[in-house]
Design a protein around this ligand. Structure first.
Ligand SMILES: *Cc1c(COP(=O)(O)O)cnc(C)c1O
Length: 376
């Protein structure tokens, strides 16, 4: 056996022994939160398509029309010839939505954070990061060369202490947090973060991947100078964005490697995102449904009231979490088992994502199945 094959086999064995090996299952998503897997039709509580826009006829029609008009691919980086006219329309809508002067769209949320952070921060700077931030934030921090200082999740004493200790030793400072945390569903105290940032001349970057379209806009969010997010969740498609001042956006367009050195999004994807944002603006009652369903669930399951459409049910042990998710699968419900390193060790969990299309009877049945299973 070659050393490469030996290395791969040993690593895989070690992951499997710790119940951390990931396997893929073909999933065919239908309308109304249904997913077909291995010949079974399941109700999915495992999709981030909170508004069910990925399969919405209006969004599909917009994407198809754009593919016919502009083709299926952008053909080059946006900086060369990939900047088809739909991009400007999408960026204008995002800027309006977030109350910023400008916006820039990336290939994905992951690409956005790995491009934005190193475009603004480098050696000699410091980045304060909520410890539960998404993997792409940590990757962006690593790529920047700045010193990375984690602070305790949503803990303003921990952040203030870190700022007092480290801020003076560095040139520029950034604070990274999330509007809605992806694996916990709780929200950051944006007002407090912005006040601390102002007091210490630090630049706040918030990740709104899970808030856009489904969580009431935090009025303090408008004071955040760097508002990033994704079009891959509630908007139903794909893509990432940053909303910021005109100069910051122009600088990011020049310096972010994940923007300059990658092909633009396909026109259909950009058209789908435009249609999704227009849908959100026109249908506030539909946008309120995921949170209403999540709250119905937490009430019935005896859990703390949901702050977003994401509800974690912490089990602790990775193998036990897989068993719980299998038990729900047997009952017809697809619920993600989230294990380390996605979440800290000992906090493996079921992660439920509620969508506008979930039926109340399914929400209630799922709550009855889960009630009492969380490990406090
Ligand atoms: C999903 C997610 C991302 C990545 O977005 P993609 O568009 O899927 O690449 C970034 N940040 C957070 C918090 C996320 O949950």
């Amino acid at each position: 056996m070659s050393s490469l094959e030996h290395f791969a086999a040993a690593k895989l064995r070690s992951l499997a022994e710790r119940a951390l090996k990931r396997e893929l299952s073909d999933s065919v998503r239908g309308v109304d939160a249904m997913v077909e897997r291995k010949g079974r039709r399941l109700v999915s509580f495992a999709c981030n398509d909170y508004l069910n826009l990925a399969t919405h006829p209006l969004i599909i029609d917009a994407a198809v029309a754009a593919a016919r008009r502009y083709g299926v691919g952008a053909g080059a980086s946006r900086a060369v010839t990939g900047n088809h006219p739909l991009y400007g329309e999408l960026e204008a809508r995002l800027a309006t939505l977030k109350g910023s002067a400008a916006a820039v769209v990336f290939g994905s949320g992951y690409l956005a954070n790995t491009g934005i952070i190193p475009a603004l921060m480098s050696t000699g700077d410091v980045i304060f990061v909520d410890e539960l931030s998404h993997a792409c934030t940590w990757s962006g921090c690593d790529l920047s060369g700045a010193k990375v200082v984690p602070f305790a999740h949503n803990d303003m004493h921990s952040l203030a202490e870190a700022l007092r200790r480290e801020r003076g030793l560095h040139r520029h400072a950034m604070i990274c947090s999330e509007c809605v945390f992806s694996m916990d569903g709780d929200r950051a105290p944006l007002g407090d973060i912005v006040r601390l940032a102002d007091a210490h001349d630090a630049w706040t970057l918030t990740d709104d991947a899970h808030g856009l379209g489904v969580v009431p806009t935090d009025p303090d969010g408008a004071a955040v100078p760097l508002q990033m997010g994704t079009l891959s969740k509630a908007a139903g498609g794909y893509g990432g964005y940053l909303c910021a001042s005109a100069d910051v956006v122009a600088l990011v367009r020049n310096r972010a490697r994940s923007y300059v050195y990658t092909t633009g999004l396909p026109p259909a994807t950009v058209a789908g995102a435009i249609a999704a944002l227009d849908f959100m603006r026109a249908n506030p009652a539909h946008c309120a449904l995921p949170l209403i369903k999540a709250r119905r669930f937490t009430l019935a399951a005896g859990l703390p009231a949901a702050a977003s459409p994401i509800v974690p049910v912490i089990i602790g042990d990775a193998a036990a979490t897989l068993e719980e998710s299998q038990r729900l699968l047997d009952a017809g419900y697809l619920v993600a088992a989230i294990r380390p390193p996605t979440v800290p060790r000992g906090t493996a969990r079921l992660r439920l994502a509620f969508s506008a299309a979930h039926r109340d009877e399914d929400v209630d049945r799922l709550a009855a199945l889960i009630r009492g299973r969380a490990n406090p």
